[in-house]
Design a protein around this ligand. Structure first.
Ligand SMILES: [Zn+2]
Length: 43
């Protein structure tokens, strides 16, 4: 049974930024453990 990517992402729990705890956008890749704001601070 093939699951569409949309359904797949719906089942994923929301990811939280390791730094500030903000919810990271669903479309963010798995390697991202920080929100956009904190990611800028790191880079
Ligand atoms: Zn953050």
């Amino acid at each position: 049974m093939v699951q569409s990517s949309t359904e797949f992402f719906k089942t994923l729990p929301p990811k939280y930024c390791c730094d500030c705890g903000a919810i990271i956008d669903e479309h963010a890749e798995s390697y991202m453990n920080h929100c956009d704001h904190c990611l800028r601070d790191i880079k």
